[in-house]
Design a protein around this ligand. Structure first.
Ligand code: ITT
Length: 198
């Protein structure tokens, strides 16, 4: 059995694989499809964008599709970069440039004011047209330097509460116990039987 994830982000794909393989499902994603299907992420919330990705791809391929819209909310930046996390430093910029921009913006912010959270909204599209969403969050603080080589995105700057470690210093299976994505996936698993039956 397969589950299709409407993402091109290989960091996300690896985390979904860890979750679904344990449950006997094989993960397919946009990275496995040759043609370029473009989804414009112009929603106002993580949920809006996740729904748009799941629906657009789901209607094309006619099977259940899961989509993830996620990002980092930094309190000292009034919730930025938020839904713009992937393109914080600009449309063609990479994770490294996004992290450098975040460090610059927080240059004069002291440790106690560097609180932040990761947010993950998942949308699941069913071939009967129904869409459902769940959300998971993970609280932390933005560090002063990049630490760790695991994970992706802002993980090397995201310090876990009551720990000296960043998310990128955790092994994948450890991140997958505490992350925003893991929490959203557990919420999805709670609802799955009900939603799949309707
Ligand atoms: P898809 O739309 O194809 O799924 P994307 O990378 O564009 O890929 P988003 O629009 O949801 O996905 O942007 C999410 C960004 O938020 C991502 O590029 C990271 O910079 C950041 N992010 C999300 N989850 C993260 C995590 O677990 N660890 C670190 N950064 C994360």
């Amino acid at each position: 059995k397969e589950i299709f994830i409407a993402t091109r982000n290989s960091g996300k794909v690896k985390e979904f694989e860890a979750f679904f393989q344990e449950r006997g499902l094989q993960v397919k994603s946009l990275l496995d499809l040759p043609d370029e299907i473009d989804v414009v992420e112009d929603g106002k919330t993580f949920e809006d964008n996740a729904i748009k990705k799941a629906e657009t791809i789901g209607k094309r391929i006619g099977m259940p599709v899961l989509a993830d819209d996620s990002g980092l909310e930094v309190d000292a930046l009034q919730g930025a970069p938020g839904i713009y996390s992937a393109r914080f430093a600009g449309p063609k910029k990479d994770d490294g440039e996004n992290n450098q921009k975040l460090l610059r913006e927080l240059e004069n912010v002291r440790d106690e004011d560097r609180t932040a959270r990761f947010v993950c909204a998942l949308a699941i599209f069913f071939p009967n047209g129904k869409v459902q969403t769940v959300r998971g969050t993970c609280e932390g603080k933005i560090g002063y330097e990049l630490m760790g080589a695991h994970g992706f995105g802002y993980d090397p700057l995201f310090k876990i509460p009551n720990s000296e470690q960043t998310m990128a210093q955790l092994e994948k299976h450890e991140k997958n116990k505490i992350s925003h994505r893991a929490k959203a996936l557990l919420a999805l698993a709670d609802h799955w039987d009900d939603w799949a039956a309707t």
